[in-house]
Design a protein around this ligand. Structure first.
Ligand code: SAH
Length: 240
């Protein structure tokens, strides 16, 4: 081996539940990558940076209302203490939606720092002062940022060089060409009276490619008109 050893891609997660990490990311492809040193994960306990004797990280909101807000001074100290590399991401339903281009750009960074909110969220001032990028994993409300962080990190880690063997399986899948993926089939060839589409048994690679493309287009058009419009605009431009 004469490759220069590359520094591991590093995730630094700030949370009041560090025991949730690596969690599912300690298994399967991500877990193997973790033990092989392709990536590294530090889960930093925000509570360790609380200063009062109750170790409180939250307080009631100015202006009143239900719930508690995470204190900017505690988060700030935790960010200083945690170190880490790359952009700071705050997971919040208010953020820009997580999508494959954002996932790809994070994989190209040396790492990422991730702030997981709890309660009603984090004091706005520390997000501004630290120039946090606000990211959402979907239009629904979780009880904390930790499951969102696991989702985001899973999507990024599988793109790191050395995690998934066949790069083809990365370029062919949903979103990479602007389309959702075509359906898959394996043995048995007939299952509960349902046959595999004939063309897939033909051995005719050109026909198979065309069939898969049609399926991908059809499924995208029906399920995700938003993606379909964008795809269409892009191909019209490149073909016109
Ligand atoms: N009051 C907030 C929701 C708080 S949920 C609001 O209405 O926007 C508590 C924490 O869970 C948030 O601080 C955030 O870190 C995390 N969270 C909840 N839903 C999320 C989502 N869809 N994407 C990313 N993070 C989310």
């Amino acid at each position: 081996m004469n490759e220069t050893p590359k520094a591991a891609w590093r995730a630094t997660v700030l949370t009041i539940f560090p025991e949730m990490f690596p969690g599912p990311l300690g298994l399967s492809l991500a877990g193997r990558g973790l033990s092989e040193g392709i990536w590294a994960l530090d889960a930093v306990d925000i509570r360790g940076y609380a200063t009062d004797r109750h170790r409180s990280v939250d307080d009631s909101p100015f202006g009143g209302g239900a719930g508690m807000v995470m204190r900017p001074d505690v988060i700030d100290a935790a960010l200083d203490g945690a170190g880490g590399v790359g952009p700071l991401i705050y997971l919040t339903p208010r953020g820009r939606p997580l999508d494959q281009p954002l996932v790809r750009s994070l994989a190209a960074e040396p790492g990422v720092r991730v702030l997981c909110g709890r309660f009603e969220g984090v004091d706005q001032r520390v997000l501004e002062a630290r120039e946090a990028v606000e990211v959402s994993v979907g239009d629904f409300v979780l009880s904390g940022g930790e499951p969102a962080a696991l989702v985001m990190l899973d999507a990024v880690v599988r793109l790191l060089p050395g995690i998934i063997g066949a790069t083809e399986s990365l370029t062919e899948e949903s979103f990479e060409g602007g389309l959702l993926e075509y359906p898959h089939y394996t043995r048995p060839q007939i299952w509960q009276g349902r046959a595999v589409p004939e063309v897939l048994l033909s051995g005719h690679h050109e026909k198979i490619r065309a069939w898969r493309r049609r399926q991908a287009e059809e499924i995208t058009r029906r399920r995700r008109p938003d993606l379909w419009d964008r795809y269409h605009a892009a191909t019209d431009l490149s073909e016109g």
